[in-house]
Design a protein around this ligand. Sequence first.
Ligand SMILES: Cc1cc2nc3c(=O)[nH]c(=O)nc-3n(C[C@H](O)[C@H](O)[C@H](O)COP(=O)(O)OP(=O)(O)OC[C@H]3O[C@@H](n4cnc5c(N)ncnc54)[C@H](O)[C@@H]3O)c2cc1C
Length: 395
Amino acid sequence: MNRRGELDAIVVGAGAIGTALALALARDGFDVALVETRAPKPWRADDEVDLRVVALAQDARDFFIDLDVWSSIAGARTSPYRRMRVWDASAPGELDFDAAKDGAAALGWIIENKLIQHALWQAVEAERSVRVLCPAEVAAVANGEEYAEVTLVDGTRLNARVLLAADGAESPVRTMLGIDCNGRDYQQRAVVTHVATARPHEETAWQRFLPGGPLAFLPLADGRSSIVWSLPEAEAARVLALDDVAFRAELGSAFDFRLGEITATTARAAFPLRMRLAQKYVSGRCVLAGDAAHVVHPLAGQGMNLGFRDVACIRRVLRDARERGSDPGAAHVLRRYERERRSENALAARGLDAIERLFGASDPLTPTLRGLGLSIVDRLAPIKELFASMAAGKG
Ligand SMILES: Cc1cc2nc3c(=O)[nH]c(=O)nc-3n(C[C@H](O)[C@H](O)[C@H](O)COP(=O)(O)OP(=O)(O)OC[C@H]3O[C@@H](n4cnc5c(N)ncnc54)[C@H](O)[C@@H]3O)c2cc1C
């Protein structure tokens, strides 16, 4: 903070994306305030595995290594996935992605959201150039000529060269800035739970496309699998209400018993699915990142990975600006971020949407394609590259 109490950056939201942003900027010598309504719950090794897990791509893992948080995450509870197998319930064929074919150790890692947040939060709290304000809630934002100003609900005012909003899919800051979103409500919910199976998961991420939505089995470090089962709203409600025995039987059958019987399950939860793309990422000195800027279908495990790519890009443009002696909140600096990330995120969101339509019940062409007996390999051919590069964290 300079003599007048002004900061380089204010980050709103300490989810994985906001915390990573604050940490990365602090490591580069920027003075940062991080504003969050509620502190993340601590991760403990003897707690049940968090119901929310993410498939972290290689580039996000490299970013964590760079931030020096990877060893605490990897040493806690993560599972690599070395293969990914994708098939369709209504047509022949199977896609098989294998890290070994590219000479890589893994395609990615399955990690609890809570563990990621815990590791980043601990690192940020130890950072002297981050002022953590928590619990604190943003009440208003304003763009000035030289600074962005944030007013908190308790009346505190903060000024910074740039305001970075990573306050999630419902982003109050995005609303305050009057930025609209385009998108689509999938009218699906993702049911999540952890299951034990008769056969081992083989460190493989499995995905079966069903008419109601995709079903993924993701390998956990303790040998169980984490389920993401996308279902139409009413089906999701019905499945959530099943007793354990009926749930295990339905899930096993939906998964074609690829790992044998489901022998145990944990609690279940469900999340609404939608695609949302902010119409712009920059307004004056304010910038959107992570889910505040884009929400995508989780079928290829991309949402958080795209957010970490936003963070890496913001870091790069702010660092370059400082090296050139430019104002980090100048329009041309922030536009560079917007140009790079908005098109890539939109491409990923639309690619995932196309895959969802191709396999879901909502696309009028789908029954015809299925009727023609086109295999998954044929149907995915135009987008296989996209799927493969996203799986490998290059999307
Ligand atoms: C079922 C499911 C499976 C998924 N699987 C994957 C996967 O495998 N891989 C992957 O990459 N992604 C996955 N995702 C997406 C991923 O979970 C999200 O992209 C990611 O969690 C978004 O992080 P974020 O930090 O942008 O937002 P959030 O985690 O929503 O964080 C926003 C933060 O802002 C705070 N906040 C909100 N308003 C205010 C305010 N006014 N003032 C201060 N603070 C505020 C909130 O308290 C919160 O802490 C999945 C999503 C779903 C639903």
